[in-house]
Write a protein that binds this ligand. Structure first.
Ligand code: MLT
Length: 263
């Protein structure tokens, strides 16, 4: 692994007990975990970092890939005095980082939560789309990345049923910077295929996915859960790519059940 300067990440923290790291997706910030910071604080110590160049965290010096993001998240736990194994959770891009932590630092993983994510690497077509999105961000700033994703983030019916969730997503995405977007797109484009890792995961694992995810199909979650020994799979109805925001009560109930089963 290359040696890179790891920026100190801003972390939102609530609660006490079992440490639970929640890593945000793209192009979000720790603000996406507000319903979990408030709703799960009785179930554990929730630690939600802003990845470099997002929210209140400084940008990282490139190159900064998924493995360095994994290191940065663990350094953020260290900085909060969390050195015992934690529950490592991540949504979408955050899930790619959680899988990198499971591969590189399995001793830090008390449990794994793979949320709205996939194990596979980018296809050639997906890599080409990342390149285009990187060029667009370099020319026009961070906004087009969020605008491009916005129509796919919620379950189709939730744009009308939950206008406040749609508005909140726009506010969350306003926390992205050009440096963060370029770093994240590059890291996702170059990430490894984690599929071979799945069978070797021995930590208790929870897989959660929205039934109507338009960004990553639920078949990806089903395949991950089938490959990870002893994992639990929960599909959430009337939820798309951000089930923690679209159906926060059910999402929190599932996570609380998982955390309760660990102790
Ligand atoms: C995310 O939601 O974090 C991203 O859409 C994941 C991706 O683009 O692969």
């Amino acid at each position: 692994m290359q040696t890179t300067k790891i920026p100190q990440l801003h972390v939102e923290i609530k609660g006490s007990g079992t440490p639970v790291l929640l890593v945000h997706g793209f192009p979000f910030t720790s603000r996406m975990w507000q319903p979990q910071l408030s709703g799960l604080a009785q179930a554990g110590q929730i630690l939600a970092p802003d990845l470099p160049g997002f929210g209140a965290s400084p940008a990282a010096e490139p190159p900064f890939g998924v493995d360095q993001l994994a290191q940065a998240c663990l350094a953020a736990l260290d900085a909060q005095g969390v050195s015992s194994p934690a529950v490592i959770g991540g949504l979408s891009m955050g899930g790619y980082i959680a899988l990198a932590i499971a591969r590189l630092f399995p001793e830090r993983v008390r449990g794994l939560m793979l949320l709205s994510t996939r194990a596979g690497a980018d296809s050639d077509e997906a890599k080409a789309n990342r390149d285009k999105a990187i060029a667009t961000a370099q020319e026009q700033g961070p906004a087009p990345a969020g605008e491009g994703m916005f129509p796919k983030l919620l379950a189709p019916g939730n744009y009308e049923a939950q206008p406040e969730t749609a508005t909140e997503l726009k506010t969350i995405m306003a926390g992205a910077t050009t440096a963060g977007v370029v770093m994240a797109l590059t890291a996702m484009r170059d990430r490894l295929d984690s599929t071979p890792l799945l069978r070797q995961i021995s930590a208790p694992t929870l897989v959660v996915h929205g039934e109507e995810d338009q960004v990553i199909p639920k078949s990806e979650a089903e395949a991950m859960a089938a490959a990870i020994p002893g994992s639990q799979l929960h599909l959430i109805a009337q939820a798309g790519h951000v089930p923690n925001l679209e159906q926060p009560e059910e999402f929190n109930r599932i996570v609380e059940g998982f955390l309760g089963g660990l102790s």
